[in-house]
Design a protein around this ligand. Structure first.
Ligand SMILES: C[S@@+](CC[C@H](N)C(=O)[O-])C[C@H]1O[C@@H](n2cnc3c(N)ncnc32)[C@H](O)[C@@H]1O
Length: 465
């Protein structure tokens, strides 16, 4: 099998290999290249400030390596790596890693290791120089059994890359299992994939906090059948005090899906010290003010940004600039462009098709829905996890104002009395936005002709072509 610069001799049944994960591996290579560049830039700026330059060996651990394909690609496609440890606890997998390392002539860099990944990481954490610059976890299902060791085995400012494929658990089908594994309750809804990313981040942060460490997310995505996050790990007892203020509970209505976030607390600075204040009471009552149904409680989830737009842009440019090297560059660049255009500071979103289906009415176009919100000064974007997403800083009442305006001209099919949609239509308008404001067909045509990204997107598509 060939992928990137690696060629793997693969016996079916011997070690796990999934061709569909090429996107995951391509993305990871581009992220690692940019991460090491970032570290070089940081070291250079420290040197400029007269501080001692930190020497990094550039060691990577692939804790769950199967055929060794990913580790071999890292060694061949990322410049300057000194060591890549390709570990697996299956003897057959290690045999396959050994064979493939030789076949690809990367014995100098890639070292096969036969151990339980957690045990290996717990050993590595004991000596500073044995810690890794990058720890990559790509398990079957959830990565949570490995997190405790992983957050300790990464060196200062190092990178932890985590895949979780248990989306049924993370997306609200097995909320109880989610709580058991991640310490967070998942919820259903169109935003469930973004919530999944945020739950994984919250879980990593909580493991890190036990060792006076905290995370800084660089990039998180939902792809195909998994979520993948890349976070840097730092040590700081004082930064850990802010952790609860970076996470929120989610109160979500079981009728209309309206959600409200409640940070676990806030931190106030008093002189030289900081004080943590737990949140006071829930942000909403037991019943939803819009439709009268009950709220469900989900979380905690990471409610700070889950990606850094500038870093995402750099990774995208990396993939775009090496089209011959990355088989999946088009798909991954598309995904990263969508991610970069998301409102970075607005957790979760509403889905236009859900708003319309609650009222049993034909769905407005994105542009028709966006116009009144933008006119009123709110921001709006889509989400890389859903094309019908409306991610906005407008209150949910404004969205229903628009939908009530929409139904004036579009017939509502039968709605059951007492249903959430029926109750939403009974509500008085909150007059937060002008629901009758619209963009004309002429303006839309102009928009389409003048740019690839509609005007209602916050950031025009960057010039990366
Ligand atoms: C999904 S596969 C890894 C795929 C690989 N990262 C890739 O990109 O092709 C998961 C691997 O983890 C290994 N594994 C599961 N639990 C492990 C543990 N506790 N320690 C080490 N390896 C483990 C399995 O044997 C399997 O080969």
């Amino acid at each position: 099998l060939k992928e990137g610069k690696a060629e793997v001799l693969h016996k079916p049944g011997e070690a796990f290999y999934n061709p569909a994960q090429v996107q995951n591996r391509d993305l990871s290579i581009a992220v690692l290249r940019e991460f090491f560049k970032l570290r070089d830039e940081e070291a250079a700026s420290k040197k400029k400030d007269g501080k001692e330059e930190e020497k990094h060996q550039r060691r990577v651990l692939e804790g769950l390596s199967a055929t060794g394909l990913r580790a071999i690609r890292y060694a061949k496609e990322i410049e300057g790596l000194t060591e890549v440890v390709a570990n697996d606890f299956s003897a057959a997998a290690v045999e396959s890693i050994d064979r493939n390392v030789k076949h690809n002539k990367v014995e100098e860099i890639v070292k096969a290791s036969h151990a339980d990944a957690s045990l290996l990481m717990h050993k590595a954490k004991q000596v500073e120089k044995d810690k890794f610059d990058v720890v990559d976890l790509d398990p079957y299902g959830s990565a949570t059994p490995f997190l405790d060791a992983a957050v300790q085995a990464v060196n200062e400012g190092g990178l932890l890359a985590v895949t979780c494929t248990d989306l049924a658990v993370l997306c609200g089908n097995h909320s109880e299992a989610c709580f058991a594994k991640y310490g967070c309750t998942s919820l259903r809804g169109k935003h469930c994939h973004e919530l999944a990313i945020r739950i994984v981040l919250s879980s990593i942060e909580s493991h890190a906090n036990r060792y006076k460490r905290h995370i800084v997310p660089l990039l998180g995505v939902y792809m195909d059948f998994y979520v993948r996050v890349f976070v840097r790990v730092y040590t700081s007892a004082s930064a850990v005090k802010w952790s609860a203020s970076k996470q929120s509970m989610v109160f979500q209505c079981t009728g209309c899906g309206a959600y409200h976030l409640q940070p676990l607390g806030k931190v106030v600075e008093r002189g030289n010290s900081i004080k943590f204040l737990p949140s006071l009471g829930p942000p909403v009552g037991e019943l939803c003010e819009l439709c009268g149904y009950k709220h469900q409680l989900g979380g905690p989830m990471w409610s700070q940004p889950y990606f850094q737009p500038e870093f995402v842009g750099r990774v995208r440019a990396q993939l775009w600039g090496d089209q011959a090297g990355f088989a999946s560059y088009k798909r991954v660049c598309g995904l990263l462009t969508a991610l970069e255009e998301e409102l970075v500071d607005q957790p979760l979103f509403y889905d236009l098709s859900v708003l319309a289906s609650l009222l049993n009415v034909v769905c407005p176009s994105n542009a028709a829905f966006a116009a009144p919100l933008l006119k009123a000064g709110y921001r709006l974007s889509h989400s890389h996890t859903s094309p019908m997403a409306m991610k906005t800083d407008a209150p949910v009442e404004a969205l229903w104002d628009i939908m009530r305006g929409w139904v004036k001209d579009h017939p509502v099919k039968k709605l059951k009395e007492g249903s959430p949609g029926f109750r939403l239509l009974q509500q008085e308008s909150k007059h937060i936005v002008d629901p009758d404001f619209t963009v004309t067909a002429e303006q839309r045509k102009e928009d389409k002709a003048s740019r690839s990204t509609p005007k209602y997107m916050p950031n025009p598509t960057p010039d990366w072509g």
